[in-house]
Design a protein around this ligand. Sequence first.
Ligand code: SF4
Length: 148
Amino acid sequence: MTILVSACLLGQKCKYNGGDNFSKTVAAFTAGHTVIPVCPEVAGGLTIPRLPCEIVGGEVINTAGESKDREFRQGAEICLALAKEAQIDMAILQSRSPSCGVRQIYDGTFSGRLIEGSGVFASLLRENGFRVVDVEELEAAEKEKNIG
Ligand code: SF4
């Protein structure tokens, strides 16, 4: 399989705060497959570190109130092109990110409240017919397999 993965899940320090979200489950699941690591926010020209962003009324805004919508959308398009070129079979994406979140995102009030919804990149992948999986879904499924 060819699997696109949020780069932070593979240990790349591309998070807004300069950290990563390394996942042992993702590393084990993708072993032996072709892995395409992408960070749509960095691809869109944003720096590490950067201010956290949320989607406010459909527009991506950072905690200083600046619009980062153009960067988010450009980065998502660049990573979509990579997904198409590589003909990926699925994407495993980081939870709750305004780019990569698959099932939930923060509600745009910067208060830690979650709502149902997807980040800019996850939505674009889905609109283009790609299978997107939230890393927490994968981790839960793998855990169940190990118990069962
Ligand atoms: S944009 Fe996606 S890949 Fe980049 S740091 Fe955020 S969650 Fe990770």
